[in-house]
Design a protein. Structure first.
Length: 142
């Protein structure tokens, strides 16, 4: 299992930060590993899906993320199920006196033979996560 966790302070109010992060079509704006991102429905909520084209470990991978938990303006959980792994992103937003704090917990859980690559994937995921966190900081602090 590979995991990346970060917390980001934002000048945006919690409601605005939550709306931005819950709309995963914005991922291409803050995550350099996401080449394309689009939503499959008009609104964002439980069951909404987003199609992403992700570069990871030298490959381009189409991934569909679905919102599996949605509690605005506090919590959104997105999940993508692939043959060799499940990607689960949990985003928690809390109001602060100067805006909000966003806690991002990304988990890649491998299955079968792919589990053998967990240590290497953790290193790659950390590098990818650090770049995405930098993009989130910029996007959440306009």
């Amino acid at each position: 299992m590979a995991r990346y966790v970060t917390t980001i302070a934002s000048t945006l109010p919690a409601e605005q930060a939550f709306a931005y992060m819950a709309d995963f079509s914005h991922a291409s704006a803050w995550d350099p590993s996401v080449e394309e991102a689009s939503r499959t429905s008009e609104s964002t909520g439980l069951g909404s899906a987003f199609d992403l084209l992700v570069r990871f470990a030298g490959r381009k991978l189409p991934m569909r993320y679905e919102i599996v938990s949605y509690e605005p303006p506090r919590l959104v959980v997105l999940e993508s199920r692939q043959k060799a792994f499940v990607s689960k992103d949990t985003i928690t937003v809390a109001a602060t006196p100067n805006g909000s704090t966003i806690h991002y917990d990304a988990l890649l859980e491998f299955s079968g033979v792919a589990k053998l690559f967990d240590p290497i994937m953790q290193l790659l995921f950390r590098r990818t996560g650090d770049k995405a966190a930098a993009g989130m900081r910029a996007a959440l602090n306009p």
